[in-house]
Design a protein around this ligand. Sequence first.
Ligand SMILES: Cc1cc2nc3c(=O)[nH]c(=O)nc-3n(C[C@H](O)[C@H](O)[C@H](O)COP(=O)(O)OP(=O)(O)OC[C@H]3O[C@@H](n4cnc5c(N)ncnc54)[C@H](O)[C@@H]3O)c2cc1C
Length: 413
Amino acid sequence: MVLRLLKYGLRSHYVPRPDFRFPTELKPSYDVVIIGAGGHGLGAAYYLSNHWGIRNVCVLDKGYLAGGNTARNTAVIRSNYITPESVRFYKESVGLFQTLSEELDYNLMYTQRGQLTLAHSDATMRTFRMRAEVGKHLGTGIEMVDRKQIAEIVPQLHMPEDHRYPILGGLWHPDGGTGRHDSVAWGFAARAMDKGVEVHQRTEVTGIIKEGDRCVGVETTKGRIRCGNVIQAVAGMSSVVAKLAGFRLPIRTYPLQAMVTQPLKPFLGPLVSSSGLHAYVSQTSRGELVIGGGSDPYELYSTRSTLDLKESLIGHTLELFPFLAGVRLLRQWAGITDMTPDYSPIMGESPVRNYWLDAGWGTWGFKATPVCGKRMAETVANEKVPDILEPFALKRFKTFDLVNEMGATAASH
Ligand SMILES: Cc1cc2nc3c(=O)[nH]c(=O)nc-3n(C[C@H](O)[C@H](O)[C@H](O)COP(=O)(O)OP(=O)(O)OC[C@H]3O[C@@H](n4cnc5c(N)ncnc54)[C@H](O)[C@@H]3O)c2cc1C
């Protein structure tokens, strides 16, 4: 990567690489059809084609390449969850991110600048202690920090003793970071296409074809395709597409909004989040502040932005950084997120044979893009769910083996 960049910098003219080649016609059949050309679907296509030699794969999207939640997220990548099952899973993803730019030969702008999560109550301090212990046990380098350490990590934080939301302590996650969300999807797409994977944009899946209890193909707006396996990776449309396959998912769907400010001189190294205030902030390499919060308080399939959210999110952000009061907002946007009862994803088998689920990613699925792609590809290649995905099976909602991550998900994404 470094050498390529140097060569690129010294070149007198630049010939663009044809990264994306989109075929016009669908073939009548594929080994694997992936519904959804977001990071997850494209990640699975990359690992199937590059690691498992399964190249007769097509990825279908009703919109355009990575135009769903992949394009809308705030790019937080971390592994400081509560349950050992989740920590193991997200830690594998952080590990993959560390070498992914090299592997894909695509600059993902991945930086590990640390994430500081703030506690404003004793209850949060107790949860943080538990998270720190689980993280330490599993080698993620997470630790509790006191007020003095917080002031050293982020000196710009407003933390008077008599604050309306007093900062009692925090959870420091040195491995936390961000990556360029679009590039992650583009990198996976480019390298999957190199191996012959087809990506069809503006091709909506409108039906799932079954023979008995087995999936054998899909109906699309461009015709019918037969296939050996299907991966459903449609984020906020999971319930809608699962219904086409004839089953229900334990998912409720909410809009999630975020916003970005005008660029400022760099002042904020780490990511800062507060679940109590429902706000998190990071500064991009362009200097903009990316600000996110909690989901909208009602279920809806809509990507509109609201004044309510803007007001509350700005208010909470100013509690942490009052000096930002004069800064202008550039953009505000929303995505549709599908939330499970335990705030963990659903991966693996569905009630339909050969129809595999990658769903329930709610507000936290970007960070899992590489691990999910890798492990879903492994699942389909072997037609067997690997151990690391077992805890996230759909059947856990029948057996009540929940992977409860509510406390680690709220507003840290
Ligand atoms: C505002 C916001 C902030 C977020 N912040 C973070 C964060 O900081 N960190 C984090 O880890 N996660 C975050 N997330 C969550 C993250 O964005 C998602 O979990 C992740 O992007 C899901 O990726 P995906 O590939 O599954 O979905 P998507 O990128 O949404 O791709 C799914 C695709 O499926 C397509 N599709 C849907 N229905 C059909 C159909 N019938 N036929 C064909 N195609 C179909 C859609 O067009 C879409 O392109 C955030 C989400 C939002 C909205």
